[in-house]
Design a protein around this ligand. Structure first.
Ligand SMILES: C[S@@+](CC[C@H](N)C(=O)[O-])C[C@H]1O[C@@H](n2cnc3c(N)ncnc32)[C@H](O)[C@@H]1O
Length: 240
């Protein structure tokens, strides 16, 4: 099976959108981990006066994490799947959340303009055909000193962590998805996209190569230790 990309990935998320919230609700810590990654951005004052960008917002779980930790910020939330985005937009949001239907590769065409104070991307980057190009564009959308948090499945490189990931996918996610989703393509993509993507160390290097400063990879607790990380990075204050 080849990985799903671009239109075929958006179509798979469209089909899965109806049951996506149920699936993630069954994942222990899913929402708490997203909030933890948002808190790790270390942004001040509930986000008052800040512009945030949520890339690959899906049905709005990451948007809700941003809203919960930084209730006063303005959030622009973007996704390529119309089905996922429709579900996000239908939720009761307070003011100051804008949803945009666009691939992250074409933000400018969709009218998404910087500078942003922070960008959050949860479970997105391993799905992208050219992550380096997207990271370079994200870097340019941030104000100098602006912060990036990437919350992503990135294996540690240890064989046991890869084995746990395979066990979770084959033993839990696939059987659940078989009941809830019409086709298994997205779940097969989930397993494969993680084992074929960067290890945590490699992804940190990718962020540095894209020009980011103060890059750190932080683990998440529970079964996701060694499997999911928060990556923090910053656009340099000024060119030097
Ligand atoms: C696994 S979901 C994560 C959703 C949400 N961030 C969360 O934490 O629950 C990944 C989302 O990224 C979106 N996505 C994947 N590739 C994309 C792209 N190139 N541009 C925009 N969105 C994309 C998918 O449509 C999907 O909704």
């Amino acid at each position: 099976m080849t990985l799903l990309r671009d239109e075929s990935l958006a179509a798979a998320f469209d089909r899965a959108s109806r049951h996506y919230d149920t699936l993630v609700a069954l994942n222990p810590g899913y929402h708490a981990h997203l909030r933890r990654s948002v808190r790790r951005l270390g942004l001040p004052a509930g986000g008052a006066g800040l512009r945030l960008l949520d890339l690959g917002c899906g049905t709005g779980a990451s948007t809700a994490a941003l809203r919960s930790v930084l209730p006063a910020a303005h959030i622009t939330a973007v996704d390529a799947s119309a089905g996922m985005l429709r579900r996000a937009a239908a939720k009761p949001w307070a003011h100051d959340v804008t949803f945009v239907h666009a691939p992250v590769e074409h933000l400018s065409d969709a009218g998404v303009r910087g500078p942003f104070d922070a960008v959050f991307a949860a479970y997105l980057l391993r799905n992208i055909r050219d992550p380096d190009a997207v990271l370079a564009a994200v870097h340019d959308l941030l104000r100098p000193g602006g912060r990036l948090a990437v919350h992503e499945y990135t294996l540690s490189g240890r064989r046991t962590d890869r084995a746990v990931w395979t066990l979770v996918c084959r033993g839990i996610v696939q059987p659940l998805a078989a009941v809830l989703l019409a086709d298994g393509a997205l779940v097969r993509h989930l397993w494969r996209s993680v084992v074929e993507f960067d290890t945590a160390g490699r992804f940190a290097g990718r962020l540095r190569a894209a020009g980011f400063d103060r890059v750190r990879a932080l683990p998440l607790p529970g079964w996701q230790t060694g499997i999911t990380h928060t990556f923090l990075a910053q656009r340099k204050e000024s060119r030097s």
